[in-house]
Design a protein. Structure first.
Length: 464
C-alpha cells in the first residue's frame, strides 16, 4: 500500500517545479495520487514528464498561476521573496512548505537512506536506487539528477525503502530521520550559508543526530572532513558507525580499483571476505561511491554479494561523466563538477580512461561566492587537462560580486602551467573547440550551469 498523502500535500503548488529536487517530489506526489501543480521559468522535458503524470505546469511565474484551493506552496531556497506566486500565497493564507519538509513527509513510515556530502550525493543515491530496484525491492527514490537507465530523478515504489539525496547546502538535510545515513565527505562549500568549517561540522552533526535509534552512519574513512565528523559522533550510544575506504582500518576496505576504460573493477574486503564487482563509470571517486552504497545496503540487511552484482547494473546519471556522443573521432562527455574536489576527481577519472588521448575541457564556473572562495583551486584542477576553455561565471541565484570574475580561475590555472583560453561569448565555443580538437581527443563540458547545452552543439559542429 502506498503511504497516505499528508493533508497539506494533497493539492501542492511548486514554484520552480522543473528543478531537479522539486520535480522529484512533485513526481512522487503525483504518482501517489496528489493533484500537483506548479510553475517554472521555461519549458523542458521535465515539465512534459510531469504533465504526463497529470500535473499542471505553467511556464513563467505569475500570481494567477496559483490556484485558490492549493493546499500548500512548495519552495526551495532558490526562490526569492519577491516571487509573485509566493506573494499571492501570503494574500490567500496558503501555507508555504520548504522542499525539504515536503520530502521528509514522503519518507514517513518508510526505511529511509539519506545520502549526504559536499559532492557525490547524486551518483551514490542513483547507485542505490538502481541496485535496490534490480533486486526487486521496488524502492522509492528522490535524486538530484536523472538516471541514465530509467531516465527519471524520482519514483514512487511499493517497497518499504526510500532513498533520498540529502542536501547540506541550506541545512535542509537536518529535516530527515533516516535509518541509514551516508556521509561521503565534509568540505567547505556553500559560502553564502556557511562561514566556517566549524559551522559545517555542526550542521553535519545535527544531521547524524537525526538517525533513528539503532540506525547506521556509513562514513568515508579516507576524507579528512568525514574522518573528523566520525571522531565527533563516535560516542553516540544509539548509533552504529560503519567506515569505508582505502584506509586499512576501514570497516569496508577498498582493496583495489582497476580501471577498465570507461568502467572500473572494484575489490573490497568486507566481513573478512574479498568481493569484486564492476562499476560502469570510470575513476576511484565513483568506485568509492559504489562502496558507500554497498555498505548502506548491507546495513539494511541486504546480502553483500547480491548488492555487489546489482550495482553493476548502474549505467550512470545524466551530467555525471555522461557520454553525449562522438563526431569526427572526438568523444564529448558532460560533467556536473563545479567544486574543485569534484573537478579533480572527474579529470583524474578521464585521464585514466584516456591514456592515449588529449583531454580538452570547457569549464563554466558556478556562483560568484564559490568562485571568490575556491577560484584558485578550480584553476589548479584545470591543470590536469591538456587545454581548457573557461567561460564567464554562471550566476544562478546570486548577484555579481565586484571584482569576482573567471579571471581568478584563469590566472590560477596559468600559474599552475595550464593551457587556458577565456571565452566570453558562449555561442562561439563550438567553433573554438572544433579548431582545437583532433581525432582521438576527449572533450569534457564541465560545470553546474547551462554549459551542458554546449555538448550537442560541439558534436554538431564537429560533424560539419
Amino acid at each position: 500500500m502506498a503511504p497516505a498523502i499528508p493533508t497539506a500535500m494533497e493539492r501542492p503548488h511548486f514554484i520552480g517545479i522543473g528543478g531537479a529536487g522539486m520535480s522529484g517530489i512533485a513526481k512522487i506526489l503525483a504518482q501517489r495520487g496528489a493533484k500537483v501543480a506548479g510553475s517554472d521559468a521555461k519549458e523542458s522535458g521535465t515539465a512534459e514528464a510531469l504533465r504526463a503524470l497529470g500535473a499542471t505546469v505553467h511556464i513563467g511565474h505569475a500570481a494567477d498561476h496559483l490556484a485558490a484551493d492549493a493546499s500548500c506552496v512548495v519552495v526551495s531556497s532558490a526562490i526569492r521573496a519577491d516571487n509573485p506566486e509566493l506573494a499571492r500565497a501570503a494574500e490567500l493564507s496558503i501555507p508555504v512548505v520548504h522542499r525539504s519538509d515536503a520530502l521528509a513527509s514522503l519518507m514517513g513510515g518508510l526505511r529511509a537512506i539519506a545520502v549526504a556530502g559536499t559532492h557525490g550525493k547524486t551518483t551514490t543515491t542513483s547507485m542505490l536506487a538502481v541496485a535496490l530496484t534490480e533486486l526487486g525491492l521496488d524502492p522509492s527514490y528522490a535524486i538530484g539528477g536523472d538516471l541514465a537507465g530509467p531516465g527519471t530523478n524520482a519514483r514512487h515504489g511499493e517497497g518499504d525503502i526510500f532513498v533520498a539525496e540529502a542536501d547540506e547546502s541550506d541545512r535542509s538535510f537536518q529535516k530527515y530521520d533516516p535509518e541509514v545515513a551516508i556521509v561521503l565527505n565534509v568540505e567547505l562549500d556553500h559560502h553564502a550559508n556557511y562561514a566556517s568549517m566549524d559551522e559545517i561540522y555542526d550542521s553535519f552533526e545535527t544531521f547524524v543526530g537525526k538517525i533513528v535509534p539503532g540506525g547506521t552512519l556509513v562514513v568515508a574513512a579516507d576524507q579528512p572532513g568525514a574522518a573528523e565528523l566520525t571522531r565527533r559522533v563516535r560516542d553516540l550510544s544509539s548509533l552504529k558507525v560503519v567506515t569505508y575506504g582505502a584506509d586499512p582500518e576501514a570497516d569496508v576496505r577498498v582493496h583495489k580499483v582497476t580501471p577498465r576504460g570507461l568502467t572500473s573493477e572494484v575489490t573490497v574486503l568486507l566481513g573478512g571476505k574479498f568481493l569484486t564487482f564492476t562499476v560502469s563509470v570510470p575513476g576511484r571517486h565513483y568506485a568509492h561511491n559504489a562502496v558507500a552504497a554497498l555498505a548502506a545496503g548491507v546495513a539494511l540487511g541486504i546480502p553483500a554479494h547480491n548488492l555487489a552484482s546489482a550495482l553493476g547494473k548502474y549505467t550512470g546519471v545524466k551530467r555525471r561523466l555522461q557520454l553525449k556522443g562522438e563526431a569526427a573521432g572526438v568523444q564529448v562527455i558532460d560533467s556536473y563538477a563545479h567544486h574543485p574536489t569534484e573537478m579533480t576527481a572527474d579529470l583524474e577519472a578521464m585521464r585514466s580512461a584516456a591514456t592515449d588521448s588529449r583531454l580538452l575541457v570547457v569549464f563554466q564556473p558556478h556562483l560568484f561566492s564559490r568562485t571568490q572562495e575556491l577560484g584558485a583551486e578550480m584553476g589548479r584542477a584545470l591543470a590536469l587537462a591538456d587545454a581548457s576553455v573557461v567561460l564567464d561565471i554562471y550566476p544562478a541565484r546570486e548577484d555579481p560580486i565586484p571584482g569576482v570574475t573567471s579571471t581568478l580561475i584563469i590566472d590560477a590555472a596559468r600559474t599552475a602551467g595550464a593551457d587556458v583560453t577565456a571565452v566570453h561569448d558562449k555561442t562561439t565555443v563550438p567553433d573554438v573547440i572544433a579548431g582545437m580538437a583532433r581525432p582521438g581527443d576527449l572533450v569534457l563540458t564541465m560545470g553546474a550551469g547551462d554549459v551542458t547545452d554546449l555538448g550537442p552543439q560541439i558534436l554538431a559542429r564537429l560533424s560539419n
